[in-house]
Design a protein around this ligand. Structure first.
Ligand SMILES: NC(=O)c1ccc[n+]([C@@H]2O[C@H](COP(=O)([O-])OP(=O)(O)OC[C@H]3O[C@@H](n4cnc5c(N)ncnc54)[C@H](O)[C@@H]3O)[C@@H](O)[C@H]2O)c1
Ligand SMILES: C[N+](C)(C)CC=O
Length: 506
């Protein structure tokens, strides 16, 4: 680790408008997953740092100007942030690539989506009316329903889309007039730190935006339970999400959970009837499963395909999967980066091993690739893997692998396809491929998932709610519901001609 000695530890905890080191003085090296070498050193906060940040956010909410700032001014600030993101797109895209292992192009696309989220919530609040007048049944009563910021928001985010997931919380929270403390994943904090710097540059008052870099068991747990926090918004895995909900329950806090998925990609034979249809469905199945090495909550990790086209489809899929160019995300021509950590790769290896023991047939991948100039030996690379002849009792089919592993199951009828696609404890997203418009709508209507793509996979829009059924979570991000998460609703009933009610005789 000779290189790490040359790295300067940065003061990455921001509370009440000041950047500082952890109270304990602890630091953490941030590793590049492509070579396992540190490229930054950040403060490793704990409960004490978290308490300070929450106190700053509380003061800024109770005494500061932000919650009372007119919507138009809040919208203008969000638009300035979007402009700054566009200005820094290259640098942020590169940082996201080094932090999370994705390709720089993926990093750039993420930054565009982050800017879009800020613009969307700016537009939403700028166009809103300040309240809804309710007919109280009397001209002497003025009754109005208004929305107010909820207060201090805790935000906890994962490592796979560090800045994107942060923006889906920060943009609506600020739009609604809240203050917040965010804890990025301890292994990928760099772009969230950069975003806080941009919020400061855009003119956000001190104490509104706070960040504590550090681990889940201390910083995350404190953010979830602290009595001065009004809402906890969490994106991450089911196990941590359950702990967050449990920690928040005694304080009866509002909790939003964006959790994992085991997402079906259902392909009917009619989608493959033409060469063009076949090529598109294969290409998109590849993209659904392997983009960002499958480390996507909505990855189409379960291919559920009509039996009659399975052999041809899977053969072509495996052929193309083997050609995916793996390497460091910053290298030209690389299509897929490494997994984020050694731990993540070990988990993927465990699932592939268990699937093969349970009878799956390996069609591609299933191992670490040979090192190459683009693929350092110490990087956490794993080949895109296609596992055929899978069935729903297998762990690899039931549990979220979160890596480049695609399982193949088959069906004969529409009912069977729907039953397979719904046979998961999750319910985040799913795709349906068919040339039959009626069938597409029928199947989409029966799938128990928060997003359904018909003849497509993966797109999301800031205008459309994102979130899951079942164990994929509680609440929604994006869209009007994504703003509503960060608000309280208040009914103000005003009697314009008050008189005694004489309910009590005396
Ligand atoms: N639904 C979505 O939109 C969405 C988006 C991205 C990722 N995800 C999910 O995120 C998971 C991958 O991310 P991950 O491995 O970082 O998840 P994770 O649950 O391990 O960690 C997520 C965050 O929670 C923190 N954390 C861990 N334990 C905690 C605790 N006890 N209390 C509070 N915070 C705690 C971590 O430090 C991290 O910041 C996958 O399951 C993926 O599907 C979901
Ligand atoms: C929500 N999304 C698809 C951007 C990232 C999920 O991991």
């Amino acid at each position: 680790m000779a290189e790490s000695n040359e790295l300067q530890a940065r003061s990455t905890i921001h509370a009440g408008g000041e950047w500082r080191a952890a109270v304990s003085g602890a630091t953490r090296e941030i590793l590049d997953p492509a070579d396992a070498l540190p490229f930054a050193v950040v403060a490793e906060g704990d409960e004490k740092d978290t308490d300070l940040a929450i106190a700053a956010a509380r003061r800024a909410f109770d005494e500061g100007e932000w919650p009372r700032t007119p919507a138009g001014e809040r919208a203008a600030l969000l638009r300035r942030v979007a402009d700054l993101l566009v200005r820094d797109r290259e640098q942020l895209g590169l940082l996201e690539s080094r932090d999370a292992g994705k390709t720089v192009e993926e990093g750039r696309v993420d930054i565009d989506c982050v800017a879009d989220a800020f613009r969307y919530f700016a537009d939403l609040i700028a166009a809103e009316s300040p309240g809804r007048v309710v007919d109280a049944g009397s001209p002497d009563i003025h009754s109005v329903v208004v929305h107010e910021p909820i207060g201090v928001c805790s935000m906890i985010t994962p490592w796979n889309y560090p800045l994107l997931q942060a923006s889906w919380k920060i943009a609506p929270a600020l739009a609604a007039g809240n203050t917040f403390v965010i804890k990025p994943s301890e292994i990928t904090p760099m772009t969230t730190i950069a975003l806080i710097e941009l919020l400061v540059e855009a003119g956000l008052p001190a104490g509104v935006a706070n960040i504590v870099t550090g681990p889940g068991h201390s910083v995350g747990a404190r953010l979830s339970e602290h009595p001065d926090v009004d809402l906890v918004s969490f994106t991450g895995g089911l196990i941590s999400g359950t702990k967050v909900a449990q920690a928040a329950a005694p304080g009866v806090k509002k909790v939003a959970l964006e959790l994992g998925g085991k997402n079906p990609n259902v392909v009917f034979a009619d989608a493959c009837a033409t060469e063009e249809g076949f090529d598109t469905a294969v290409d998109q199945a590849l993209n659904a499963a392997f983009i960002h090495s499958g480390q996507v909550c909505s990855a189409g990790a379960r291919l559920i395909i009509e039996e009659s086209v399975r052999d041809r489809f899977v053969a072509e899929l495996a052929r193309r999967a083997e050609k995916i160019r793996l390497g460091r995300g910053t290298e030209d021509g690389v299509e897929c980066g490494p997994l984020v950590s050694e731990q993540q790769r070990a988990k993927v290896e465990m699932y592939v091993e268990s699937a093969l023991k349970e009878g799956a047939v390996l069609r591609s991948g299933g191992k670490r690739p040979e090192p190459s100039p683009q693929r350092p030996e110490n990087g956490y690379f794993y080949e895109p893997t296609v596992l055929d002849h899978c069935h729903r009792e297998m762990r690899v089919v039931r549990e979220e692998v979160f890596g480049p592993v695609l399982t193949v199951e088959t069906f004969r009828t529409e009912d069977e396809a729907v039953a397979l696609a719904n046979d998961t404890e999750y319910g985040l997203a799913g795709g349906v491929w068919t040339a039959d418009a009626g069938r597409a709508r029928r199947v989409a209507g029966r799938l128990r998932h928060g997003t359904i793509w018909i003849n497509d996979f993966h797109p999301y829009l800031p205008q459309a709610e994102w979130g899951g059924f079942g164990k994929s979570g509680v609440g929604r991000e994006l869209g009007p519901a994504g703003l509503a998460e960060y608000r309280e609703t208040k009914h103000v009933y005003q009697n314009l001609a008050p008189k005694p009610v004489r309910w009590f005789a005396g």
